[in-house]
Design a protein around this ligand. Structure first.
Ligand code: PFF
Length: 445
């Protein structure tokens, strides 16, 4: 199969576009808040460097070497037991599961772009009512925006790697950075900026629990888009002369910088204008709109461009989340790209719609299984089980299954003396860390 090739900058922006998503701007600030700030940020940075980098490089390596979809890649590179290893390609399915609720959340963001244009809530209480009403009783609004999100994402993916994904990222990523850095520059002029810096960089170790470690590692993993073949699938379109280490470092640098910039900016605004220290998932959808209201006219403008940038971040991640499954249907079943994209799109759209209804009061009861509704199950199964499992498999596959010589011949010239450290980490540190994280997130530990 002929695969289109990314340009160098196109690849870095597309992979960074995948990594920089709702995880950076929505989740990172709120889990930092929940875990007390500085010490958590430090643990997270260590997890990014030691675990995130190792796995990102392995994913890039598998994709670059096999140049195929996830299933065929494992099959091609396993020296023996090909029939067994191909099941490691299940990772493409993880994307489909993630996309179901990711698309619903992007829908909420679209809705917030529109409400920011019309009217912002005047207090945190009002903002909470607005958000809760949307989530638990306004199925049609959510469905409308979920539909828009599905149409947009599917359309881009039908256009392929070059004409769709690369193009989208070349436009949206610079715009996203411009918006975030612009708002960040404004935040640095406010008095509360130093409070935000203290909160994020002064470590208070008493706030750190074993759960904080797990959530830092889990998040480092999610935010870098690892464990589901997105980076692997993009890397199948790398040019032969690409330097994987360099690419991985760029992606990690951009992802981390954007998370920190978003965090500092949001905490500055919250300290400067907010009365309640915001924690939890409501930070962006509840505390922030109320804070923007307090800021006056500039707050209105900020609210609109902030939610637009959040939508950009979500959309560039989304295309990478569906692409592995699309690529799989193209190369294993000979689907035309348009057909593959529509099939995958419809699947996430329909399951996403069910997930959406499972948050609605009237339907909740029927769409709850055991302790969770379908929306929460999808989030739980992907973030707590499938992604860490995907990472674990990737590390074991590169660390133990592919012949070392083969890896050395490509990676040693790029990594130099660090090659052995990376290899050791892949064999021992990363799999053990991923295993512990998985068990803890599942509540077994
Ligand atoms: N990295 C994205 C985020 O931080 O929002 C989410 C994500 C994208 C996870 C792609 C996994 C993935 F393969």
């Amino acid at each position: 199969m002929k695969i289109a090739r990314f340009s160098r900058i196109g690849f870095i922006l597309a992979a960074a576009g995948s990594a920089v998503g709702l995880g950076n701007i929505w989740k990172f600030p709120y889990i930092t808040g929940e875990n007390g700030g500085g010490a958590f940020v430090l643990v997270y940075l260590l997890a990014v460097i030691f675990i995130g980098f190792s796995i990102m490089l392995s994913e890039m390596f598998i994709g670059y070497l096999a140049k195929s979809d996830t299933v065929t890649s494992f099959e091609k590179l396993a020296p023996k037991n090909k029939n067994l290893w191909k099941y490691a390609g299940f990772q493409a399915l993880t994307g489909l599961f993630i996309m179901t609720f990711y698309s619903v959340v992007i829908g909420w963001i679209f809705h917030y772009v529109v409400t920011s244009l019309v009217a912002l809530p005047a207090s945190v209480e009002e903002a909470e009512t607005v958000f809760t009403t949307l989530l638990t009783s306004d199925a049609w609004t959510q469905l409308f925006y979920h539909t828009l999100s599905f149409i947009f994402i599917t359309y881009i993916v039908t256009k392929g790697i070059k004409g769709g994904i690369e193009k989208l990222n070349m436009i949206l990523m610079p715009l996203l950075m411009l918006i975030l850095f612009g708002m960040f520059a404004y935040a640095t002029t406010l008095e509360a900026f130093s409070q935000a810096v203290d909160f994020m960089f002064v470590a208070d170790w008493s706030k750190i629990t074993s759960e904080s470690f797990v959530s830092a590692i889990g998040h480092a993993f999610f935010t870098l888009s690892l464990g589901m073949g997105a980076i692997m699938t993009y890397s199948a379109s790398l040019k032969k002369e690409s330097n994987l280490v360099n690419n991985a470092l760029w992606v990690i640098f951009l992802d981390t910088t954007i998370a920190i910039v978003a965090g500092l900016m949001l905490f500055t605004f919250l300290y400067q204008y907010g009365s309640v220290p915001a924690k939890g998932p409501g930070l962006v959808f509840i505390s922030l709109p109320a804070v923007f209201y307090e800021m006056g006219v500039i707050g209105n403008i900020f609210a609109i461009i902030f939610f637009i940038s959040l939508a950009f971040a979500g959309l560039t991640s989304s295309v990478s989340i569906v692409e592995p499954m699309v690529q799989y249907l193209i190369s294993r079943f000979n689907y035309a790209r348009v057909k593959a994209s529509i099939v995958v799109g419809l699947l996430f759209y329909l399951v996403g719609a069910v997930a959406l209804f499972s948050n609605i009061d009237t339907f909740k009861e029927f769409l709850t299984i055991g302790s969770r509704n379908i929306f929460d199950w999808l989030d739980y199964i992907t973030a707590s089980i499938l992604l860490p499992l995907g990472g674990l498999i990737m590390a074991v596959f590169v660390g133990f299954v592919i012949e070392k010589q083969r890896i050395e011949s490509i990676m040693k010239p790029q990594l130099g003396f660090a090659f052995e450290i990376w290899y050791f980490s892949l064999r021992y540190v990363t799999p053990i860390a991923m295993f512990i994280v998985m068990l803890s997130l599942m509540g077994v530990l």
